[in-house]
Design a protein around this ligand. Structure first.
Ligand code: GLU
Length: 416
């Protein structure tokens, strides 16, 4: 499915990119495997070009965090005799059942990819260490999993560490901890990790360096008439559909995960750019406000979300949905109230106490996210009921609210 480029251009919000980018103080740059590799191995020349540019950005007074892929690609290159294809594909847990019976060759099993990540990570990080030192900077390695973003305590620890590193003038280099992260605790792609990190450190910009020049009206590899969209002011279903299945050979990313990253970042009030990582000096071009790549703007550029609200709404997967009636929606969106059991009509998903769940209205439109005080099972038992009935239905109960207003985040699109 395609869309018209002009239909997405800002109509009443003129964008002066030079002005917009002149205020940037902290940037997260995400680089994918395909931007770092040549053939079946890491390309030191490409890595050096990237590091040189990042060093310049840092010298110009902008703090830099790098989110990098390339561990599995590097590991597979070095274990080529075990990986017959040596294609450097990345770890995709959704493939685990499909490939569970194979060993190496075309479809390696998950432990083999994890072994490749373990071998590759050390080379990847050593490469960055050496190169950043060459340009006079100290780099630090941080490996993360979904768990680190899910748990409030771990989240604040990583946040403290990252902020301290930045204060020390160190450049954090982040990748997923592929060797331990499977299924439940795996984020799965570095586009999403980079969006989480952007929110975590409250960076002003996430710059995703891709093997494509930006976001197109259609997949440009299949449709030569596809047009690059310069600015996206709202991520609509049309945009999500146009993101389609676009992926690359060496990365797990593709455009769908980039659009998801844009939703996470712009939802919290920051901006994101997708640009072509193979273009010389592309980071500098973006930061100097040149019209390169695709710029994603937040729905309301004047309101940046607080760190805790970012964590609730945009740093962990939603584990369920509470469908509420109109009265409850109104109480939450305009009355600043908590969500009581009486306003809930229907529940889906399997969540436990403290998980993030979505709140949807009768039209299935998501308008809020929050930390839930009851399990899915309990919520099903108490939905539609008055608070005074709870004791009788579920025995000991600790909360009047299913989501307390302090733990509820209204999504910006619902406040327009
Ligand atoms: N963590 C993976 C690696 O270093 C990459 C995942 C991705 O590209 O999204 O190979």
């Amino acid at each position: 499915m395609g869309l018209s480029s002009s239909s997405r251009l800002p109509k009443n919000r003129a964008v002066n990119r030079q002005q917009l980018f002149s205020t940037i103080k902290r940037v997260v740059v995400k680089v994918g495997s395909s931007t770092l590799t040549e053939g079946t191995d890491l390309s030191l020349i490409k890595m050096e070009r990237l590091v040189e540019e990042l060093s310049q950005v840092k010298q110009n007074g902008i703090e830099v965090v790098l989110v990098t892929s390339g561990a599995i690609a590097a590991g597979r290159g070095r274990l080529a005799h075990y990986f017959q294809d040596s294609a450097g594909s990345t770890l995709d847990p959704s493939q685990s059942t499909k490939v569970a019976s194979c060993n190496s060759g075309i479809n390696p099993v998950i432990p083999e990819l994890q072994a490749a990540a373990a071998v590759g990570q050390i080379h990847l990080m050593y490469g960055y260490k050496q190169l950043f030192e060459q340009f006079g900077h100290l780099a630090a390695m941080i490996l993360v999993t979904q768990d680190d973003f899910d748990h409030r305590q771990r989240y604040t620890h990583i946040s403290d560490t990252l902020r301290t590193l930045l204060r020390f003038g160190v450049i954090p280099v982040i990748n997923e901890n592929d060797t331990v992260a499977v299924d439940e605790i795996k984020v799965g792609d570095n586009d999403t990790i980079s969006a989480y990190v952007t929110n975590l450190v409250e960076a002003d910009l996430l710059l995703i360096l891709s093997d494509q020049a930006g976001f197109y009206t259609r997949d440009p590899r299949k449709y030569p008439e596809a047009e690059l969209i310069s600015t996206i002011i709202q991520i609509t279903d049309e945009i999500r559909a146009a993101a389609g299945e676009a992926g690359t050979e060496k990365g797990t990313g593709g455009m769908q995960t980039k659009i998801r990253a844009a939703e996470i970042v712009t939802g919290a009030g920051e901006i994101m750019v997708i640009a072509d990582g193979s273009q010389p000096m592309v980071i500098n071009q973006v930061l100097s406000g040149r019209e390169v790549g695709t710029l994603f703007l937040p729905p309301d550029a004047t309101r940046r979300m607080s760190a805790r609200r970012r964590w609730i709404a945009y740093s962990r997967p939603t584990r369920g949905v509470l469908f509420v009636d109109d009265g409850a929606k109104k109480a939450l969106t305009t009355g600043g109230k908590s969500l009581l059991p009486s306003g809930i009509r229907h529940v889906s998903g399997d969540f436990k106490f403290g998980d993030t769940v979505s709140c949807c209205d009768g039209n299935q439109q998501e308008f809020a996210r929050g930390l839930v005080n009851y399990t899915a099972q309990e919520t099903k038992q108490i939905l539609g009921k008055h608070t005074r009935q709870l004791q009788k239905i579920i025995g000991n109960f600790y909360y009047d609210e299913v989501i307390h207003r302090d733990n509820l985040v209204l999504l910006k699109s619902s406040q327009n």
